[in-house]
Ligand binder design. Structure first.
Ligand code: NAD
Length: 360
């Protein structure tokens, strides 16, 4: 198969971790007989320095012409970098918002997996961590409260602020379809999270999700109220497979779920549109404090590349091979400094990439 991938190395540790992810992808291509065409584009601080803006039209066109985008991370030290003296629409993060919009990325996927070897980093009680967990938080990314009408008014000296939570049934249906498609590739369970006891938007959400569920009889659907879900994530995270939810609930729950894994350098993510196209990136930022030192953990980016193979190219065997390589390297005791524990072998970013590529 021929794979056209646009890479955004970005800023800080971005170029280092994308380099290691490419090393692993190249090992996959060699083993399974694929050809990968990479094209790099600039975004964030790197693009500001070279072109004066965080993302150019040319870069967007290049991204659109690929099958998928693999990104490192963008941004610098927000208190010292000159990028943050620019107006907000010219700062590094504006590039990320612009590319999400240009590519119509409405579905955000964040897996939260607790690896057996890293249970020590999990802040939950030992018996809960021992059960392990492997879930996918699926968050609607372009609607809801963050995009609804908002205003602040003042009357008789009293200020009133209004934000509006709006969803139409088409927006709900397209994310629900993605959620069921992804559950079908996993353990076949969707937990749809809402606040249907109070909100009209949640009642519509529930109704549309149930309609979509009718097309996926092999997937089990359950509904859960968001307040209960927040509790269940720390009480019994093993019960979840795919959590499907709207924008703000997903924003909060995905951070909660990822933090219970305890390892920021291990967290992958994907943002998808209604084709197979997606943008894949680690959940963490550009870590300017450790950039250029060869100590960053590349695993989140490597796992994002595995998601790319699975969801944009339907290469499940190849994605499994990457995920197995990660488990193997952890089992053999190799650790970057962020996930280091006693008795393990410390390795840098490049060596971690080499070890993973060798195990494909
Ligand atoms: P961060 O995630 O970059 O770093 C937080 C802490 O985690 C730091 O101590 C860092 O060294 C460590 N860390 C992060 N990734 C690591 C890895 N792979 N291996 C080892 N340690 C790692 O968050 P921050 O410091 O708040 O933000 C830094 C910059 O990144 C800011 O400019 C921010 O806007 C940007 N950012 C970008 C994205 C993105 O590109 N999607 C996301 C979040 C933050």
């Amino acid at each position: 198969m021929e794979l056209k991938i646009t890479c955004i190395p970005g800023d800080g540790i971005g170029p280092e971790i994308v380099g290691e992810a490419r090393k692993v992808l190249d090992a996959v291509a060699a083993k399974y007989g694929h050809v990968i065409h990479y094209t790099d584009i600039l975004m964030g601080g790197a693009s500001i320095d070279a072109c004066g803006v965080p993302l150019t039209e040319e870069a967007i066109a290049t991204a659109k012409s690929a099958d998928a985008v693999l990104m490192g991370s963008i941004g610098g030290d927000t208190s010292t970098s000159p990028w943050y003296k620019l107006p907000p629409n010219l700062r590094p993060e504006a590039g990320l918002l612009a590319i999400r919009k240009a590519l119509n990325l409405f579905a955000n996927l964040r897996p939260a997996v607790l690896y057996d070897e890293l249970t020590g980093a999990c802040p939950l009680k030992e018996e809960i961590a021992a059960a392990g967990f492997d879930m996918m938080i699926m968050r609607e990314l372009t609607g809801g409260l963050y995009f609804g009408e908002r205003r602040t008014t003042e009357s008789d000296g009293v200020k009133t602020a209004v934000d509006t939570l709006v969803y139409n049934e088409n927006e709900i249906r397209r994310i629900a379809v993605k959620g069921f498609e992804i559950a079908r590739k996993r353990r076949g369970k969707v937990t749809s999270v809402d606040k249907a006891n109070v909100l009209d938007s949640s009642r519509l959400w529930r109704q549309v999700v149930e309609e979509v569920a009718g097309d996926y009889p092999e997937v089990t659907l359950e509904h859960m109220l968001v307040d209960n879900c927040a509790m269940q994530l720390v009480k019994d995270p093993a019960q979840f497979d795919v959590i499907l939810t709207e924008n703000m609930f997903g924003d909060i729950l995905s951070d909660e779920a990822s933090m219970v894994t305890g390892s920021i350098g291990m967290l992958a993510s994907a943002s998808l549109n209604d084709t197979k196209f997606g943008l894949y990136e680690p959940s963490h930022g550009s870590a300017p404090d450790i950039a250029g030192k060869d100590i960053a953990n590349p695993i989140a980016t490597v796992l994002s590349a595995a998601m790319m193979l699975r969801y944009s190219f339907d290469l499940d065997t190849e994605a499994d091979a990457i995920e197995q390589a990660v488990k193997q390297v952890l089992k053999e005791g190799y650790r970057t400094s962020d996930i280091m524990s006693e008795g393990c072998t410390p390795v840098g970013c490049r060596q971690m990439g080499d070890l993973l590529a060798e195990r494909i």
